[in-house]
Each structure stands twice: as structure tokens, then as C-alpha cells.
Ligand binder design. Structure first.
Ligand code: GSH
Length: 224
């Protein structure tokens, strides 16, 4: 049967990975055309992707005539569209649902602080760099990660929001996986490390693990 879902994705991109995890959790792993795109070759700026996502960004996701490219939106769409299939990713209970929504969107803050820190050396030309800015970015990221460590202590390192695996985990696990890969110290953040090590064995996560992540990443976060 022809597949009516298509995902263009890039290896190691947390926004792409979260959509893949959602597809797998909702039992749709065999129901979509999976197109791995090379960032290095700038394929994300090619006509196929631009037709779906005019920003030339990944993920680019289409289901029939519906296009939904924003990764968190695509995850929410999949949960809604395949409500009765696979894992239920949104809790019934109102308070648990509120916590899930809160944690899901709070992940943006983690992503932004990670980007400010990690991209500073890569994007700012050397003569324009200041130690004070580097220090400020590092302190902001450390405080942010400590906040998540404290959240996780309350849930004993199991899931980000409540007693079960939810959209909060779908959206944020790829970000934690990326920061541990980039050298975040497991001993310093033991509860987050427990969360990361438990979930990396989950079938939806294991089977969608970024293919370019076979070796260790650049250890830029060891000081955080
Ligand atoms: N808001 C988007 C962000 C997507 C995004 O930033 N994708 C990056 C890869 S992680 C990308 O395609 N970057 C290439 C570019 O912006 O040209 C989402 O979450 O879906």
C-alpha cells in the first residue's frame, strides 16, 4: 500500500528525531516514507524540502495534503491523529497533562541555552569573542541543566512528566541525548544520566538513533 506520510529528516537533529520517535510510538514506523537528508550537502535547501518547508529546514513532514513542519506541532498532530494507536502520549488527568505541556515547552529554554553556549565558539569570529560572554553562557546552561536534574530527582529519574512516557519525553529526550553525547558529566547530573541511560534502550528511541552518532561527539560540555 502506498504510504501517505513523508518525513525529510537530518541525522542528529533533535527536532527531526522527536518526530521519528512520535511516529514509532504511535505504531506508524512502517507507514511513512523516510528521507534522510544531508545537511553537509545542503540538501535541505533543495526543491523537495523547500516545497514542504519554505524555510528549507528539517523536519519537513507531510501527511496526505496536510503539511506540519514545526516538530512539536508534528508530534502533537501525530498523537491526535493516531489517538487510539500505540502509546498514549498525553495523560488523561488534568494536572498531569498540565505538567506534560509545561515540561514539553520548557525544553525550548534548554535548547536555547545549549545553542548560546555551543554555537558561541563556532559562530562568533575569534577576535569578537569575549571570555565574559562565554562564562555567562556557561553559567546559564549549568543553571538550566541543574533545574532539570532537580525536576528529575522528584520523579526518580523515570520520566519528565508524571508516571508514564509522554510527549514531554518525545520532545526533550533528543536534546538530553545530544548534550550527554557532547560531554555532559553523568556523575554531576546522576538523575538525568539515569533517565538518559534508561530511555536510550526504549525501542522507539533505539531504532531511530541518529545514524551519524556511532562514535563519541565533541566533548564541548565537560565544563558545564
Ligand atoms: N522550529 C523548527 C526548527 C527546525 C530547525 O531548526 N531545524 C534545523 C536542524 S536541527 C535546520 O533545518 N537547520 C538548517 C537551516 O536552518 O538552514 C522545529 O522545531 O521544527
Amino acid at each position: 500500500m502506498a504510504k501517505d506520510m513523508t518525513l525529510y529528516w537530518g541525522s542528529g537533529s533533535p527536532p527531526c528525531w522527536r518526530v521519528m520517535i512520535a511516529l514509532h510510538e504511535k505504531g506508524q514506523e512502517k507507514s511513512y516514507n523516510s528521507n534522510l537528508i544531508s545537511f553537509e550537502k545542503k540538501e535541505h535547501k533543495g526543491p523537495e524540502v523547500m516545497k514542504i518547508n519554505p524555510r528549507g529546514q528539517l523536519p519537513a513532514f507531510q501527511h496526505g495534503k496536510i503539511i506540519i513542519n514545526e516538530s512539536i506541532g508534528a508530534c502533537e498532530y501525530l498523537e491526535e491523529r493516531f489517538k487510539d494507536k500505540g502509546t498514549k502520549l498525553v495523560p488523561e488527568d488534568c494536572a498531569e497533562k498540565a505538567m506534560m505541556i509545561q515540561r514539553m515547552h520548557e525544553g525550548n529554554s534548554l535548547m536555547m541555552k545549549f545553542a548560546d553556549f555551543a554555537f558561541y565558539n563556532w559562530k562568533v569570529p575569534e577576535p569578537e569573542r569575549h571570555d565574559s560572554a562565554l562564562k555567562r553562557n556557561q553559567e546559564a546552561l549549568t543553571a538550566e541543566i541543574q533545574l532539570w536534574e532537580d525536576y528529575m530527582k522528584k520523579s526518580n529519574g523515570q520520566y519528565l512528566a508524571g508516571k508514564s512516557f509522554t510527549l514531554a519525553d518525545v520532545v526533550n529526550f533528543p536534546v538530553f541525548a545530544m548534550i550527554f553525547r557532547m560531554g555532559l558529566c553523568e556523575e554531576k547530573y546522576p538523575t538525568l544520566a539515569k533517565y538518559y541511560n534508561n530511555l536510550k534502550e526504549r525501542p522507539s528511541i533505539k531504532s531511530t538513533w541518529p545514524p551519524t552518532w556511532d562514535g563519541p561527539g565533541q566533548a564541548v560540555l565537560s565544563a558545564v
